[in-house]
Design a protein around this ligand. Sequence first.
Ligand code: F6R
Length: 364
Amino acid sequence: GKDGYRHYMEKELHEHPLVIGQTLQRMIDPATRKVVLPEMPFDLASLPRAVITACGSAFFAGVVGRYWLEEIARLPVDIDVASEMRYRNPPLTPGSLGILISQSGETADTLAAMRGLKNAGLPILSVLNAEHSSMARESDVVLGTVAGPEISVASTKAFTAQLTVLACLTIAIARARGELDETGEEELVSALLDLPSRAAEVFTHDDAIRKMASVVAEARDVLYLGRGSAYPVAMEGALKLKEISYIHAEAYAAGEMKHGPISLIDRTVPIVATVPSGVLFDKTLSNLQEAKARGGRLLAFTDEAGADRLSAIAEQTIALPKVHPFVTPIIQTIGVQMLAYETALLKGTDVDQPRNLAKSVTVE
Ligand code: F6R
């Protein structure tokens, strides 16, 4: 049942802290505070590249994973949506690792893309919520997201669990490649172990998120902006808004705005910005200043360290809990998913069963 929540989506949003914690329990040894992965039939130290593929939200989790694997593990990554990957026939570097991400383990395009990578000789590592699924059976290694059943058609907790697994995988690969020493691993693991309690604090902002939703619900079009690992979070926020509130939303890398979409900006197109403090904060802020100068209404998700400077320019600012920069996409995701949910409530749509959508897309 819904345990007293109005929708499965609301219940599942509130399961973020639990699910992140359960997933970490599977991947981090509490005694040594080290990431421990199952036995792998390939050597993580000698991978030349990774090829990631998935659909929808799972694809956005993969994009966050790419930022992590490139920056922290220094592993070259190719990524595409599975519906493209399956027909691209890309030249594959022998020994590369195929990584797929799926909640259901049954998505037709992801399964087909996986088979393509497998036939080309790549070992397959899957990040799956359904551990007894077609993808699980055909993978060399399965890393489980311990999200439990997800009933709401729009993915919520499975997505943060996917990010949690990809974060642990990044640490393991970085360590194997000699890119992360003991201190470095301890710092990143601490950041992950801190997440369940920080994630729970996001819900204390529900009034502020509802206030933001009242602006978004009036709009016909919404622009989501972010840079670095906050860019796929913007994509996730835009997809979730489209999916359940039927409001058109588009995510853009904040630096791309001046190459086109800035022409859209006026008072009627709110801008939802995902801007955690950190190395890209100033760059994103200057993109937002440009948008504001053209009449844009800024609605910003930042953290306690970024709140002062953002509230100087934004109409509404939400200061999410300050976490290690590594894990900011996980905290920011909860904020944008809650915004979509609150907006859909105001629109009165069928939150758990949006029109034209199925939970598991088993046809091409
Ligand atoms: C978005 C959503 C979809 C799925 C996509 C992949 O909220 O739920 O975009 O993420 O259909 O599904 P799985 O993860 O089952 O392969």
